[in-house]
Design a protein around this ligand. Sequence first.
Ligand SMILES: [Fe+2]
Ligand SMILES: [Fe+2]
Length: 271
Amino acid sequence: MTRRVDFTYPDDFNPQWHSRLPEFACAANAVSLMMPFAEPYVVKSVRTALPHLEPELASQTREYLAQELQHHAQHRRFNDLLVADEPGLARLERWMRGVFGWLHRSRSDAFNVAFAAGFETVAYTSARWTEARLDKLMTGADDVAATLFLWHLAEEVEHKTVAFDVYQAVHGKRRTYVAGLITSMFALAIFAALGTAFLLYRKGRFFRPVAHWRMLVWTVSFTFELLPAMAVSTLKGHNPAKLADPPFFKLWLRQLEADPEQLPVWSDLDA
Ligand SMILES: [Fe+2]
Ligand SMILES: [Fe+2]
């Protein structure tokens, strides 16, 4: 489903938007920085398959592409505030543009769609990981910034099957899927780590043991969520439709559909 959303930020918006867990804002901002480069690559990749799809999957794919286009447009606006606050991030953005552009130009259509399917596996797992610790992570966060990330994750859950179904429909080789999945995991992990380390340093958190302890806890718990999900996604007969969705995101989207003018604030919802 395509929804129009528009995030606006006050003039005094603080790019370090989490008073209680500043490290979480650093990590989330690093992930956000990637979106205007990774998601357009995913969109271009999946679009190449459109002419070869059955009408129903083609229609789901168009909705999926529209969602992804909106995600990276909203992250672009958010990221402009981050880069204005920390101009050094522009160099990291240039590296991201280079890497995702190079993948798009140099890899086969099959690999690129496999990357997209793998990217969606990582995105869906991120949603599950976040939902499992929503209160811990979001209490103390700025409502608009938290809502940007939760809206994005909610739509990632909603379209979790599409890129995988497209890959199965037009290419389907498991070996290429594994290559795309591993590449997407490494690209996301490396850029997330670089962006987070840079922001922790710039925000004066890099030399604080508590910052490293929190990053370690999040990294280990996320890895334990991600690696099994990645392994399962490579099994014969797997389809993401078989995975149980975290309920919070469906509730959040239902609330948004009830009143499209009002973006629901996560803390007002009873998950
Ligand atoms: Fe997205
Ligand atoms: Fe997605």
